[in-house]
Design a protein around this ligand. Sequence first.
Ligand code: KG4
Ligand code: ZN
Length: 357
Amino acid sequence: MLILGIETSCDETAAAVIRKDKGKTEVLSSVISSQIELHAQWGGVVPNLAAREHLKNILPVIESSLKEAKIRPQDLDLIAVTQGPGLIPALLVGTNAAKTLSYVWDKPLIGIHHIEGHIYANFIFDKIRSISKQAKIKFPILCLVVSGGHTQLVLMKKHLDYEIIGETLDDAAGEAFDKVARILGKGYPGGPIISQMAKNFKQKKEAVEIKLPRPMIKSKDFNFSFSGLKTAVLYLVKNNPEKFKDEKFLEEAAYEFQQAAIDVLVGKTLKAIRKYNPQTVMMAGGVSVNQELRAQMEMAVKKDFPSVNFHLPEIKYTLDNAAMIAAAAAFRWENSEDKERFFSGWKNLEADANLKI
Ligand code: KG4
Ligand code: ZN
């Protein structure tokens, strides 16, 4: 089947066409128009500005995704759109475009939870050699979701079945990267900036003198907290004003912050594996693009649990995109006994900024 995916929950306008056949999920096109430069000057995403940009871009982006995939609207079997969570002015643009197209083209419409999309980026296998990786994904799955708005440990006993066994009590991991970059006087988004600064420090092979806390690393539950870690960086900078222009000091702070975040994310994931015995461990969300996190998580899981299958989404489907939304919709469609109701999606679907998974 051919699915058009649409994503506008934050600052990327994205559309993609995927083909799902006999278990193979192939991406025919994945178009992303980023607004990062627009929002960078404000130090974060401005919801109404985002909506205005989505409005400008949504139809050209959808048109390009169809053209690139060499698909005509009548060839489509399904339309999928991010229903929430996210910024409501941004979500409304995507959901209304999707509802209109669903009505005009007479195609069924499925609303997808943004985090469900990130999780299903793990199920995009568009290369022959990756098909064998797909066979190795067995339930139960433990997925660490780390994005700009979410940090959760999710247990899946089967497709589309989510049990949140732990989550952040305050800031999300990506949010902490963004706030720490701001504290260090750098731009937006913070993730790529902090990871580059940390890399620069690591290459110098010098001892780490800055010490930051690993919040909740020893707590018995599977929850996280990143707000204290961010505040510790704030005090580090406040207490050393003379060093604010010292790039080496800032890079060391970035390195130690990133390592503290990784230690907590890895530590809690290992603890959850010990308790829940998953057959597969995966990661999802924008922060999982972080090379150090990917490498350290893989090493730790493989060392302590060699029989567990460790799986990561391809980098190009890790940050916000629409292929992941279409991929999740393919599973929703296949697993639904009442497909008829999706034909009235254009009438019933409502964007929800606080949608629960
Ligand atoms: O999943 P995503 O694209 O959007 C949300 O659903 O929130 O994640 C965006 C988050 C931002 O906070 C960004 O700073 C973070 O992912 N991020 C990173 C890296 N690249 C992006 N965090 C750490 N390391 C990176 N290399
Ligand atoms: Zn996202």
